[in-house]
Ligand binder design. Structure first.
Ligand code: C2E
Ligand code: MG
Ligand code: MG
Ligand code: MG
Length: 284
């Protein structure tokens, strides 16, 4: 009967699955090749002080120029890399390049005495954080770059801290190296404000869905998160600030830092370096 109707449902399903697996394998191979062939690039989005708009640091964001495909957004390939140990190679490359870049900027544009040094934030995937290699990887790039560990900020998501006990041990070891740790996209997972008290982190990044929300009460919620975070000794960064009114409100709420298109888009290394040079020459 199946013969008469053509291919059975199960056979068609098999074909679809096979095609998806093949596509994924192809993408994985392309990412791996991209890493060795120098197709990856970092852009740097400045993080500013809410009180005076000064650049307090940068977040390294990966960009991939895939031959024949143009620029591929991280959301379109990071999840695929995260399905295998490929993400650890990718994280390692980002860690290496971002710390090298900040060390270079510090050499070329030295800070005047008593001015704060800009930090560099790097996104660490949950899979890598749960892997013991992460501690050695971070120690290696700190040694290679000579960067003071306190200038390196590791961004991790809240789900990682709740779901993986190994990740918590590694986080403690990373902080023992002297690096700083930030919870990224706070509010998108299931962490309650009360759990912040027990989290081994230094900084809280409030997800942009809260900052840009039009829902009634969201502004009060953001103010509450900022107050709670400060009570627990955490520094707060607001993500995705796009409108002046949001910045005004964040200033009133006592938010420490902000990041978003209103302030700066992610910049090429050249543009981010030029921005630092400008900041240094006017305050130095
Ligand atoms: P994220 O860590 O939360 O990074 C912030 C994302 O928000 C970036 O997107 C940034 O360009 C975008 N953004 C910043 N300001 C605004 C704004 O005002 N409005 C809007 N609409 N968006 C804003 P991007 O670069 O596409 O990165 C997306 C995500 O991909 C990141 O989210 C991070 O989770 C992941 N990712 C990026 N680079 C890396 C990396 O090197 N390693 C790992 N493991 N993940 C990365
Ligand atoms: Mg991030
Ligand atoms: Mg984020
Ligand atoms: Mg986010």
């Amino acid at each position: 009967r199946a013969k008469r109707q053509g291919r059975s449902r199960a056979e068609v399903f098999d074909d679809v699955l096979r095609a998806q697996l093949a596509e994924r394998a192809e993408l994985e191979a392309a990412i791996a090749a991209g890493l060795t062939n120098g197709e990856m690039e970092l852009h740097y989005q400045p993080v500013v002080d809410v009180a005076d708009d000064r650049v307090s640091g940068y977040e390294a964001l990966i960009r991939w120029q895939r031959p024949g495909h143009g620029w591929v957004a991280p959301d379109d390939f990071i999840p695929v890399a995260e399905a295998s140990s490929l993400i650890c190679d990718l994280d390692r490359w980002v860690l290496h390049e971002a710390t090298r870049q900040l060390a270079e900027w510090r050499r070329v544009h030295p800070a005047a005495p008593d001015t704060p040094e800009p930090t560099m934030a790097v996104n660490i995937s949950g899979r890598h954080l749960a892997d013991r290699s992460v501690v050695q990887d971070v120690a290696d790039v700190l040694a290679a770059s000579g960067l003071p560990p306190a200038l390196l900020v590791l961004e991790v998501t809240e789900t990682v801290l709740v779901d993986a006990p190994a990740a918590l041990d590694n986080l403690a070891a990373l902080r023992a190296l002297g690096t700083s740790v930030a919870i990224d996209d706070f509010g998108t997972g299931y962490t309650s404000i009360g759990q912040l008290r027990h989290m081994p982190v230094d900084t809280l990044k409030i997800d942009r869905s809260f900052i840009g929300s039009a829902e009634p009460g969201h502004e009060e919620l953001v103010a509450l998160i900022i107050r709670a975070a400060h009570t627990f000794g955490l520094t707060v960064v607001a993500e995705g600030v796009e409108e002046p009114a949001q910045l005004v409100r964040l200033l009133a709420d006592g938010c420490d830092h902000a990041q978003g298109y209103l302030l700066h888009r992610p910049l090429t290394a050249a543009d981010a370096g030029a921005l630092l040079a400008r900041v240094r020459s006017t305050t130095g």
